[in-house]
Design a protein around this ligand. Structure first.
Ligand SMILES: NC(=O)c1ccc[n+]([C@@H]2O[C@H](COP(=O)([O-])OP(=O)(O)OC[C@H]3O[C@@H](n4cnc5c(N)ncnc54)[C@H](O)[C@@H]3O)[C@@H](O)[C@H]2O)c1
Length: 262
C-alpha cells in the first residue's frame, strides 16, 4: 500500500483558518506533520489547531498578517528555533476583488498585490533562508486558474496570481540545487467564503441573476460539471510535499475539473 508519511516534518500554512488552508492543514497533520496554522483571524487558526490536536496531531496557531514582513520573518524564525527546522511552507493566504477594470481603484489593487503576491514573497523569503541551510524544503504557493487564463472581472486578482506562478518558477530554478522543490497549485472553483463573496459581487453587475443561478452558471462552465472541494487542493499539496513528488518542481498544477488546461 502506498502511504505518504510526513512524520517529524514541520509545516507552516498561511491563510489556514478556513477554506483551502484549513483543509491543507488538516491533511498535512493527518500525514503526521507538525502544522503551524497561521491566519489573520486568530480565532479561526486556533479552532483548526485545536481540531488537529483533538485528533492526536500536532499543531500551533499563529495570528499573522502575510503583508507584514517582520511578522512573517519572526514567525518562521521562531518555528525553526522551536522545532529545529522547517520542511514545508504553503503560502496560501489570499483575497479577491471582483470588478470591471474600469471600475477598479488603485487602493484595491495595492491590497491584492500586498496579500496575494507580496504575502507569498514574504513567506518564501523567510523560509528559503532556512531551507538553503538545511539543503532541503518544499514550497507550495497557492495561485489559481486565474493565474493562467483570463476570467471576467478578475484583472487585478489575475495579475497577482500570474505573478505567483512566475516568481515560483524562478525560485524553482534558483533553489533546485539546494534540494528545494517550489510548486504552485492552481485551484479552479471551490465554494469557500471567497466564492461566496464572488457570487455576491458578480451579481452587482447583473441584478437579474441571484447568487445560486450565478453559481449554477459557474459550475456549468467546468467540464466535469462539479466544483472542486478544499480536500482536492489538500490532496495535491500533500502529494507535492511528499517524496512521491521529489522530482516535481517549477510546476503550477491545475486542480480544476479540466476548465483551464495550460
Ligand atoms: N476558492 C476558490 O475557488 C479559489 C480558486 C483559486 C484560488 N484560490 C486561492 O486559494 C487561497 C485560499 O482561498 P479560499 O478559497 O480558501 O479563501 P477564504 O477566503 O475562504 O480563505 C482565505 C484565508 O486567508 C486569510 N487571509 C486573508 N488575508 C490575509 C492576510 N493578509 N494575512 C493572513 N491571512 C489572510 C483569511 O483570513 C482566510 O482564512 C487563496 O490564495 C485564493 O486566492 C481559491
Amino acid at each position: 500500500m502506498v502511504q505518504i508519511n510526513l512524520e517529524k516534518q514541520v509545516a507552516i500554512v498561511t491563510g489556514a483558518g478556513r477554506g483551502l488552508g484549513k483543509a491543507i492543514s488538516r491533511k498535512l497533520a493527518e500525514a503526521g506533520a507538525s502544522v503551524m496554522v497561521s491566519d489573520l483571524i486568530l480565532e479561526n487558526a486556533e479552532e483548526v489547531a485545536a481540531e488537529i490536536k483533538e485528533k492526536g496531531g500536532t499543531a500551533k496557531a499563529f495570528q499573522i498578517d502575510v503583508t507584514d514582513k517582520a511578522a512573517m520573518d519572526a514567525m518562521i524564525d521562531g518555528v525553526v528555533a522551536e522545532y529545529g527546522k522547517l520542511d514545508v511552507i504553503v503560502n496560501n493566504a489570499g483575497y479577491n476583488v471582483i470588478k470591471l477594470f474600469a471600475d477598479s481603484d488603485i487602493s484595491e489593487f495595492n491590497k491584492l498585490v500586498d496579500i496575494n503576491l507580496k504575502g507569498v514573497y514574504h513567506g518564501c523569503h523567510a523560509a528559503v533562508r532556512h531551507m538553503i541551510k538545511q539543503r532541503e524544503g518544499k514550497i507550495v504557493n497557492t495561485s489559481s486558474q486565474a493565474g493562467k487564463a483570463p476570467f471576467d472581472y478578475h484583472s487585478m486578482y489575475s495579475a497577482t496570481k500570474f505573478g505567483v506562478i512566475g516568481m515560483s518558477q524562478v525560485l524553482a530554478k534558483e533553489l533546485g540545487k539546494y534540494n528545494i522543490n517550489v510548486n504552485c497549485i492552481c485551484p479552479g472553483i471551490v465554494r469557500t467564503e471567497m466564492w461566496e463573496q464572488n457570487l455576491r459581487e458578480y451579481d452587482g453587475y447583473d441584478n437579474s441573476v441571484d447568487p445560486e443561478t450565478r453559481w449554477g452558471r459557474v459550475v456549468s462552465n467546468i467540464p466535469m460539471k462539479r466544483p472542486q472541494e478544499p480536500e482536492d487542493m489538500a490532496n495535491a499539496v500533500l502529494f507535492l510535499c511528499s517524496d512521491l513528488a521529489r522530482n516535481i518542481s517549477g510546476q503550477a498544477i491545475n486542480i480544476n475539473g479540466g476548465q483551464v488546461c495550460v
